[in-house]
Structures are given as structure tokens and as C-alpha cells.
Design a protein around this ligand. Structure first.
Ligand code: ADP
Ligand code: MG
Length: 340
């Protein structure tokens, strides 16, 4: 893992505009609001948050599938945000993607060989024979075999289809793979197998991952850092272990509490403790103040009117929460005392 940022996202906004039926006016919806993120070479950043928080919008902007409305996405020192969807081929080659549902992302009429060798056909001058040989290598990397080459996606289980999607993403030895909920559609034991597979291939090839999930517990082992997203905002970011073991932002704490527990009695007790209903969770939040103020059990008067900036947190990383504002004062006082 090197120290140079591979992907640097600064003050990224993603806005969807919906025209009214008569074509007059219309509304704007900000799905990503001023996100800042950094991924270094070979590093895995886990991006977590509940459904609708803007994770896919952020990912699709990195992939050039959705335009950024403002901000900067620097990949290997190229500003992708200014390129729209016209990424030059050398950049396109370096950023690959795996999506949640391999059934809709894999073309059903193509064979596994066609799917896995498609990136090689587009980006390299390899002959058909060379591509076939590489396809066999790639299938072995995801624990599938040569005999699978001539089959079609529907002949595989969900987990196997995701292995095919991963093989295709690995074909060009990219620097970054964007994985948008790659295991959410799979059963629990298959999830762990796919996460382990991703873990092994990452360490083998030094690939960086932007790994999106709604389950923090599932991705914390594989992630170096975790960013937590809520209603378009990144509300916390930091080293994976710190975020998982000592979540700083009240939303991250709630997200960890919401992880299903195996013991049904404990699950019931947790559910009873939860203060807000799902209906309240989706209620519209006014743009002023903290985005989490309507759900936060620790809300303070200033959270209603001021938007919290990113404050450093003990153990590393930041949380956009006024609970840590006093820590910042304390830390700067300590620094001043040391400097004297
Ligand atoms: N193409 C679109 N047009 C309008 N709104 C969209 C579009 N795509 C997503 N959204 C909205 O943006 C918000 C964030 O969505 P998304 O990025 O898919 O979140 P997540 O991946 O975290 O579930 C949601 O409220 C969703 O309804
Ligand atoms: Mg999504």
C-alpha cells in the first residue's frame, strides 16, 4: 500500500434535476452533498449507509455514469469530474465496477467467455486464442473452471455470477474497482465467501476498492478505512477498526445497533430500544443544521441551525458532529502547551 492518493474526491455534489410535466421549472434533488474522500493505492474504503443515502450516486459519479454537478474527482492526478462521461480509454481501463445484481449486469445472451474477455477485446490487441487463455486464468482466480467458459449467466448461482463479474473486473488489472453492494443480494454464507475472495485478490494484485455496503459489520474486516454516509453527507470517516469499535457519530452508532443480531431475544430488546420509526427515518430534513438532527438522541440547540464540520476524533478520522467540537478545542490547547 502506498501513501499517494489514488482517488481524491473533494466537495462533490451530485444533483438530479426533474423536469415538470410541462417542461417549466422542475425540482432539484441533491443526492450527494459536498463529499470528501480519499483512497490510496491498494487501500479499501468501505462506504456504508442505509438505502437512499447517496452511495450509488457517489459511486456512479466516480465511474462516469452520472455527472458531478460540482466538485473534484481526481484519479491518478486526472480530474474526472471535468470529463463528464467521456473518460479517456486509459482511465476507463483503470477503474472497473461490480454491481449488486449480477443477473442484470451480466448480459444473459453472452457466454462466460464473452463476458470475461469483453474488456480485453475493447482495451487490448490480444488475439481470440490469447483472450481465451486469459479467460481461463481469470476464472481460476475466482475459483471457477475452464468448463464454465461456454455457459450462460442463468446457469449459475448468484454467488457464481458475482464471481464471473469479479473475473471480468479483474481482466485488465485495474488500479481501482468500485464494488456497489456486491454481496447484498447473496445469502449469508455466500457473502462471506465473496468478501474473502475480494480480500485475496486485492492483496494479490494491490488493487484499491471502493466497497459499498449497508452492513458495516460485514465490510469492516476487509476495509482499511470506513466512511459513513447519511442523506447525501459523509458524516464520519476513519480507520476501519476505530469506526467499528468506537463509532463517533450518533448515526454510525445507530447503524451498528441496527445490525441484525443472531439472538432473537437480544434483537427484540434492541428493537424496543430504538426510538424512531422507519417513517420518521425517511422524513424530509430541512437543509439547515445537522442532517441527522431529527433522529439524533444527543441533539443540541446549535445542531438545529449550524451544519457541523468535520472534527478530528480520538483514534483517527473525523466526525461531522458538534459532540467533538470540544475535543478539537482540547486538542489544540494540548498542541499549544506542547509548543511552549
Ligand atoms: N436518476 C435519479 N433521479 C432522481 N433521483 C435519484 C436518481 N438516482 C437516485 N436518486 C435519488 O437519490 C437518492 C440517493 O440514491 P442512491 O445514490 O441510489 O442511494 P444508495 O445507493 O445509498 O441507496 C435517493 O433518494 C434516490 O431516490
Ligand atoms: Mg445503492
Amino acid at each position: 500500500m502506498s501513501d499517494s492518493p489514488l482517488l481524491q474526491i473533494a466537495d462533490l455534489w451530485v444533483t438530479y434535476r426533474q423536469r415538470s410535466l410541462l417542461g417549466l421549472g422542475g425540482t432539484s434533488f441533491h443526492a450527494v452533498k459536498g463529499a470528501n474522500l480519499t483512497i490510496r493505492s491498494g487501500e479499501t474504503l468501505g462506504l456504508v449507509g442505509e438505502s437512499g443515502s447517496g452511495k450509488s450516486s457517489l459511486a456512479n459519479t466516480v465511474l462516469g455514469l452520472v455527472p458531478a454537478s460540482s466538485g473534484c474527482i481526481k484519479f491518478d492526478n486526472v480530474d474526472l469530474a471535468s470529463l463528464g462521461s467521456r473518460y479517456p480509454l486509459p482511465v476507463r481501463k483503470q477503474i472497473q465496477a461490480v454491481f449488486q445484481d449480477p443477473y442484470s449486469s451480466l448480459n444473459p445472451s453472452m457466454t462466460v467467455e464473452d463476458i470475461v474477455t469483453e474488456p480485453l477485446r475493447v482495451h487490448t490487441r490480444m488475439s481470440k486464442v490469447e483472450r481465451r487463455a486469459r479467460a481461463i486464468e481469470l476464472l481460476r482466480l475466482v475459483s471457477l473452471q475452464e468448463e464454465h467458459l461456454n455457459r450462460h449467466p442463468h446457469q449459475f448461482s448468484g454467488g457464481q455470477r458475482q464471481r464471473i463479474a469479479i473475473a471480468s473486473a479483474l481482466a485488465l488489472q485495474p488500479k481501482l474497482i468500485v464494488l456497489d453492494e456486491p454481496v447484498s443480494a447473496l445469502d449469508v454464507s455466500t457473502r462471506n465467501q465473496i468478501i474473502n475472495l475480494l480480500y485475496e485478490r486485492r492483496d494479490q494484485f494491490g488493487i484499491a476498492y471502493l466497497l459499498i455496503a449497508h452492513d458495516l459489520a460485514l465490510v469492516h474486516h476487509i476495509s482499511d478505512r470506513i466512511a459513513v454516509m447519511y442523506l447525501g453527507h459523509i458524516v464520519e470517516e476513519g480507520p476501519s477498526d476505530r469506526v467499528y469499535k468506537s463509532p463517533a457519530h450518533p448515526y454510525t452508532r445507530a447503524l451498528l445497533d441496527a445490525v441484525p443480531l443472531l439472538d432473537p431475544a437480544r434483537q427484540r430488546a434492541r428493537r424496543a430500544q430504538r426510538k424512531l420509526s422507519p417513517a420518521q427515518e425517511t422524513q424530509r430534513v430541512a437543509e439547515t443544521g445537522c442532517p441527522y438532527k431529527n433522529r439524533c438522541p444527543l441533539v443540541m440547540p446549535r445542531c438545529q441551525t449550524e451544519t457541523p464540520p468535520a472534527y478530528p476524533v480520538d483514534g483517527g478520522g473525523v466526525a461531522n458532529c458538534f459532540l467533538y467540537a470540544s475535543d478539537q478545542v482540547r486538542q489544540s490547547e494540548q498542541r499549544e502547551r506542547k509548543a511552549l
